[in-house]
Design a protein around this ligand. Structure first.
Ligand code: OXD
Ligand code: MN
Length: 595
């Protein structure tokens, strides 16, 4: 028997009976296995070898042009009761959903190999980690899962020891958008994904397991599975604070996780340590603090925009042993994308001679898959079985107007409201219109595996006796001036905002109380050596009271959309902020402020 775990063998047998593969391969995660798969994919054109002198070990995969992003409208959460999935998810009744997708799986692996991938999300020996098994007919998925997770024999041994695992069944099928579904059955800890080879739809350890299924598991087990980067900021005194930050897809999580301090900060001894760039699992420790692990072992990052100026650490990480997907290539087969200052594209992401009339050379959601250990800023603490203690939680989105550069929530309940109210412009990480403002609570809109109202209640439940919770902040790197240009330079300079956040956590930095939370005054931020336009900082820290009142009213309507699932505590918090805004706008208050 391939595994000592009867339930696992039985499931693999059942799937093989349904999908009828020519062969079954149990992945051990070894170098020899990876080399053999790579050779096979190079031979059949699934992978193209890039320039091995400049980019040793790097390959390129071109996906089907209709299969380049997550498909939220085809992603379903299938719970017995629709209310448990909530209005934030597309839903189908489980029996009907299994029947629908199993009909697609029937016979789909004829002529193909069925790969069994045992994997562990998180350090292999961590009590916070959870395991799964993905069955797929895509060797590209196997190669990516080997980078993104702890995959192979050690994971299988843990699964056999624990006796339970998340089941993920995937087939690329015909890559037909009409025959594509990404289904989740949280009550059965099961995922079924058909018809897409794209990362978020096909690497089932990532969004499907580590967020949608894990958020459900986390609710029942008392922890949090979040769409957050984890970064360690070491000050010149050698103390490191860990920050977990939630931003929607393609809003700079990878850049923030790998930030390079501005020159003056570097000279003073500031260092930045990367734990994770996309997913964070957090659990209260014995001392009441929240401890976090990155369940992933690699980065599946957005390539366009990555350059020496924006993210030198990411660029350094992807010079070797990287799988590129849907980037363009130069004449000498080096990977290329918009925003990369060196080289020029000759072949676009679809393999056509590059012609600007066809649009960008690299797909806007083209990606690199690389081991986290290759980042110069990688922290060995990423392997710590106990996780790292979180000092601050940061929420943020793309808000061209209204939302200031940074503010602090008064307390945990206010912070949960701030996270729930998060909004952002949509990006190319999912199919659909780009640049449309939508609410994306805790950046989990596409990833929360259950009713958002219940999720807000779960967040609130951490505020209990003995808890030493992180402070919660909101940032906005994307604020624009009247000329349409960004007011804040972003990237490495964001450390100045993180510094204020850390000093607030240590009780050292000043702030002013406002109706929406605590804001730094200009003198509370260190702006030495920062070239900001005249008046930019005032604009970045200003609060437009009437527009904020309208925003908070809209947040109230949004909370109502989850009906009785929205906790009363959150409604109360929204009403409190609305009342503070109303009183801040009264003439008496204005006079008091002016005097
Ligand atoms: C991702 C996403 O790939 O959020 O991380 O889409
Ligand atoms: Mn993401």
């Amino acid at each position: 028997m391939p595994s000592k775990l009867e339930a696992l063998n039985r499931w693999v047998d059942d799937v093989a009976r349904l999908t009828q593969p020519d062969q079954i391969h149990w992945c051990d995660g070894s170098d020899a296995e990876a080399a053999a798969l790579r050779a096979q994919m190079l031979a059949d054109g699934t992978l193209i070898e890039l320039n091995q002198t400049t980019h040793p070990g790097c390959t390129l995969h071109r996906s089907h042009p209709s299969d380049v992003a997550r498909v939220e409208h085809l992603t379903l959460v299938c719970t017995k009761n629709q209310a448990d999935a909530g209005p934030n998810n597309h839903w189908m009744e489980p029996t009907q959903a299994h029947a629908k997708i199993d009909a697609l799986f029937a016979g789909c692996m004829k002529g193909r190999t069925l790969y069994v991938i045992p994997y562990c999300m998180g350090p292999i020996d961590s009590p916070l980690s959870r395991c799964g098994v993905e069955i797929t007919d895509s060797p590209y998925v196997v190669a990516n899962m080997r980078i993104m997770t702890r995959m192979g024999s050690a994971a299988l041994a843990r699964i056999e020891r624990e006796g339970n695992f998340v089941k993920g069944l995937h087939s690329t099928g015909e890559l037909d958008p009409q025959r594509r579904f990404i289904m989740h059955f949280p009550e059965e800890l099961t995922i079924k994904s058909y018809g897409s080879g794209y990362g978020g739809n096909a690497l089932l350890g990532k969004k499907c397991h580590a967020l949608r299924i894990a958020s459900w598991q986390a609710r029942t087990e008392g922890w949090l599975a979040e769409h957050m980067l984890i970064v360690g900021i070491e000050n010149p005194q050698g103390q490191t604070h860990y920050i977990a930050a939630a931003f929607p897809s393609a809003c700079g999580k990878t850049n923030l996780a790998m930030l390079i301090p501005p020159e003056g900060y570097r000279q003073a001894g500031w260092k930045v340590w990367t734990i994770g760039d996309d997913i964070c699992w957090m659990r209260p420790g014995a001392d009441g603090r929240l401890y976090a692990i990155n369940p992933e072992a690699g980065f599946f990052g957005v390539a366009p925009g990555t350059d020496h100026g924006t993210n030198p650490n990411a660029l350094a990480s992807i010079q070797r042993d990287t799988i590129y997907t849907n980037v363009a290539v130069t004449a000498d087969l080096q990977p290329w994308w918009e925003g990369l200052k060196e080289g020029a594209p000759v072949t676009d992401w679809q393999g056509r001679p590059y012609d600007p009339a066809n649009g960008p050379a690299a797909h806007p959601n083209s990606r690199f898959t690389v081991s986290a250990r290759q980042a110069p800023s990688w922290s060995p603490k990423a392997e710590d079985a106990q996780g790292v203690p979180i000092s601050a939680i940061v929420f943020g989105g793309r808000r061209p107007s209204l939302v200031p550069l940074v503010f602090e929530a008064r307390d945990w309940a206010h912070g949960v409201l701030v996270g729930a109210a998060m909004g952002s412009e949509t990006t190319a990480a999912a199919t659909g219109a780009v640049g449309v403002m939508r609410r994306d609570s805790m950046a989990m809109k596409p990833f929360c595996g259950y009713n958002y109202g219940d999720y807000f209640a779960h967040w609130l439940s951490f505020d209990k006796a003995g808890a030493k919770l992180p402070k919660i902040f909101h940032v906005n790197w994307f604020r624009k001036g009247a000329d349409g240009k960004f007011l804040w330079p972003g990237f490495g300079e964001n450390l100045r905002v993180l510094e204020w956040i850390i000093e607030r956590c240590e009780g050292r930095a000043g702030a002013q109380e406002t109706a929406i939370g605590l804001l730094p005054r200009a003198q509370d931020l260190h702006t030495q050596g920062l070239a900001l336009r005249e008046g930019a900082l005032d604009e970045l820290l200003a609060i437009d009271l009437p527009r904020w009142a309208a925003e908070v009213e809209d947040i109230g309507r949004y909370l109502d959309s989850f009906g009785e699932h929205t906790p009363a505590r959150l409604h109360a918090e929204q009403r409190r902020v609305a009342a503070e805004l109303a009183s801040a706008q009264t003439p008496q208050k204005r006079a008091a402020v002016a005097s």
